[in-house]
Design a protein around this ligand. Structure first.
Ligand SMILES: [Zn+2]
Length: 227
């Protein structure tokens, strides 16, 4: 079993790396943020609960996040393993998680604050189709018009300079201590998140021993299982 977690500040590229690892190795990428967004969008009971926290100006409590994560993992659709995208994000999330599960590796993506701020400030989103280019990385043809549908791109509300600073600060105070906790029990791979995505991916695979040989073996067992 391959059970990994990718931790890093907002804008460090966690989702890109988690998605690539998941796609190549057949792991399931699990993001609490995605689960929350899906439930809000589909007006589920869980979505309504999340709405109530947000409307009352509260942070979503760690126990609630942990319950959602536990329910997600209990679906057991992760035959080859999972990659937790940005979880655990706080000490109590980590403690709760480690009561029931263990991790085979934790990937820490490190990016200096000033680089994060620049990255996050350059995200745009299309209110019509949801396309969200980054002006620095995706270099869209126009900085103001959606390349997919032609609507006008806007900045995301959460990406105002003050909001960005708050998110980065929260990472340092809440999430960074988690890495020390995980370091005592797990293999923590520290990666320079300013390097190109492909280099980061190659480095992670090498450090975690996710070699072509291991992949071939999984593929063989998958074929045998299907037969
Ligand atoms: Zn669009």
């Amino acid at each position: 079993m391959n059970k990994y977690s990718i931790i890093g500040p907002p804008g460090a590229g966690k989702s890109t790396q988690a998605a690539t690892l998941a796609k190549i190795h057949g792991f399931v990428r699990i993001s609490v943020g995605d689960i929350f967004r899906w439930n809000i969008k589909n007006h589920t009971k869980l979505g309504a609960k999340i709405h109530r926290f947000i409307d009352s100006g509260q942070l979503v409590p760690d126990e609630f996040v942990a319950e959602v994560m536990k329910a997600r993992l209990e679906q057991h659709d992760w035959n080859y393993g999972f990659v937790l995208d940005g979880y655990p994000a706080s000490q109590s999330q980590a403690e709760f998680f480690l009561e029931s599960y263990d991790l085979d590796g934790v990937i820490l993506l490190q990016v200096p604050d000033e680089v994060l701020t620049a990255r996050l400030a350059n995200f745009r989103v299309c209110p019509a189709c949801g396309f969200d280019p980054n002006l620095i990385y995706d270099r869209p043809r126009s900085e103001s018009v959606c390349g997919l549908c032609g609507a006008e791109l806007v900045t995301r509300g959460s990406e105002s300079p003050a909001a960005i600073q708050e998110r980065v600060r929260e990472y340092h105070t809440k999430t960074e201590p988690v890495v020390d906790l995980l370091r005592q029990r797990e293999l923590v791979v520290v990666v320079d998140g300013t390097r190109p995505a492909q280099e980061i991916h190659d480095y992670i695979r090498a450090e975690l021993g996710l070699t072509s040989e291991a992949m071939a073996q999984r593929l063989r067992s998958r074929i045998a299982g299907a037969a």
